[in-house]
Design a protein around this ligand. Structure first.
Ligand code: SF4
Length: 290
């Protein structure tokens, strides 16, 4: 693979001395995504086997300072739209078509919508986007779908969607057993499905699914079939599925037993999804870990 394809591998969530905001080249955004970490304490209500967050080293801080988030984001937006960002490594090595600002994303070291500051941070960053005249730049919530029905979260997402928003919601499994193996959460899979149903009826959603090889085992046919049945249930219930993103591990993770699926296996799964759900829009992102 050419060096120019590899900029997305450098996906660190620390930018210089910033505490909350960081730029990344994102394959799924097809450009630069300016991330906001509302969970600097690194707590998450999932414990995904493929999580990239380094929880061995202590957090630099745990509080969320909305004023500092705005200040950091202003600097990053300025660097991106002036082009200065693309003179620095690794952004200078990205393909030219990826050297564009696509979005501001609520992501980071835990579940962003679980932070009590989530609704207010959406309001402030939407305002910042307006100040810079960036109506085309998306506001994206990357979520594990655990708290989508909470009142504050609903108002935060309403504000997000009113400002060129997108919801990227995780669904990695179709059975409680496989979900518990991969996502390791005290929130049940039934609850996640209920939340996705609620959210997908209220707003268009993008579902993103990571399949991997875990402890030497790829997802079984039964795991895949149950997953497709869950998608089918959600579609039949009337959710607005904007698209489905299938991906696998793209960068090294702390757990060595978590490995990317091969292109052939991911294609096989994608073919099965398309065969059973022919009308959905499907994007596949392959792994790049050696
Ligand atoms: S939901 Fe995201 S932050 Fe939380 S454990 Fe999973 S991958 Fe990590």
């Amino acid at each position: 693979m050419a060096a120019l394809d590899l900029a997305h591998l450098n996906h660190r969530r620390i930018w210089r001395d910033f505490d909350y905001c960081y730029p990344v080249i994102s394959r799924r955004s097809r450009g630069v995504s300016l991330g906001v970490n509302l969970n600097p304490g690194k707590a998450c209500n999932f414990d995904c086997v493929y999580c990239e967050v380094d929880r061995l080293n202590p957090a630099r801080r745990k509080d969320v300072d909305l004023g500092q988030i705005e200040d950091e984001m202003k600097i990053l937006i300025d660097l991106a739209i002036s082009g200065e960002l693309f003179k620095t490594h690794p952004f200078s090595t990205a393909k030219k078509e990826l050297q564009r600002l696509n979005d501001i994303a609520f992501s980071g070291d835990g579940e962003p919508s679980a932070a009590k500051e989530f609704p207010e941070s959406v309001t402030r960053l939407a305002q910042l986007k307006r100040q810079f005249g960036l109506s085309d730049v998306k506001l994206i919530l990357i979520t594990n779908a655990t708290v989508l029905k909470a009142t504050g979260v609903i108002s935060g997402i309403d504000a997000l969607m009113a400002n060129n928003g997108e919801i990227w919601a995780k669904l990695d499994a179709g059975t409680q057993n496989y979900y518990q193996t991969i996502n390791r959460s005290s929130v049940s899979l039934n609850q996640i499905i209920e939340n996705l149903e609620f959210a997908g009826k209220r707003w268009p959603i993008i579902i993103q699914t990571l399949f991997l090889e875990w402890e030497g085992r790829r997802p079984s046919d039964q795991d895949i079939n149950s997953y497709i049945n869950s998608l089918k249930y959600l579609l039949d219930s009337g959710i607005q599925l904007q698209s489905l993103q299938l991906h696998t591990i793209a960068r090294p993770t702390p757990e060595p037993e978590a490995r990317p699926l091969s292109t052939a296996v991911l294609d096989e799964i994608a073919d099965e999804v398309t065969r059973k759900l022919p009308n959905i829009s499907l994007d596949v992102f392959y792994g790049t870990v050696a």
